[in-house]
Design a protein around this ligand. Structure first.
Ligand code: NI
Length: 167
């Protein structure tokens, strides 16, 4: 497989609640592999499986400290609040400030089926929260004010009309 096409808003798969991975198979491993290749090819720092059209609870990220994949991630604790600018490969060219917890405790499963628990803050915490949102069908445009959302939707409409959206 290799590099996959990233689905852009308003693709339906981005709005679904992704299903739990019941058992980790060779298929899960190649999905993670393809997602990592895709994330690097698109120069993203995180990617969730629904973004490549697979409605499963799998995320990958790399904020410059190496590739991490998490299966069935679950945020157990959230602390503090921070406003910071974010983008999303499924909303190309759109940047907006999003409020998120500053520190989180997240658990998940790795490709060997081992339980993993990460306590992270700052950018890493932000990326994980962003990707877990994707697994619940939530996008950054859902996390801004109504006015800001209208502006963003207007911009997207224009780009779509011009055929410049999601190439
Ligand atoms: Ni995203």
């Amino acid at each position: 497989m290799g590099i996959l096409k990233v689905k852009v808003y308003p693709a339906e798969v981005l709005r679904e609640r992704a299903g739990e991975v019941k058992n980790i198979s060779g298929e899960t491993k190649s999905l993670v592999d393809d997602m990592a290749q895709t994330m690097y090819a698109y120069e993203g720092i995180g990617l969730a499986a629904p973004q490549v059209g697979i409605s499963q609870r799998v995320i990958v990220f790399d904020v410059g400290e190496g590739l991490v994949s998490l299966i069935n991630p679950l945020i157990l604790e959230e602390d503090g609040q921070e406003l910071y600018e974010e983008g999303c490969l499924s909303l190309p060219g759109i940047m907006t400030e999003v409020k998120r917890a500053r520190r989180i405790l997240v658990k998940g499963v790795d490709l060997d089926g081992g339980e993993k628990e990460l306590e992270v803050e700052g950018l890493l915490a932000r990326v994980i929260q962003h990707e877990v949102d994707h697994l619940n069908g939530v996008l950054i445009i859902d996390k801004v004010s109504t006015i800001r959302r209208r502006l963003m939707e207007g911009k997207i409409r224009k780009l779509r009309k011009r055929g410049e959206w999601g190439r």
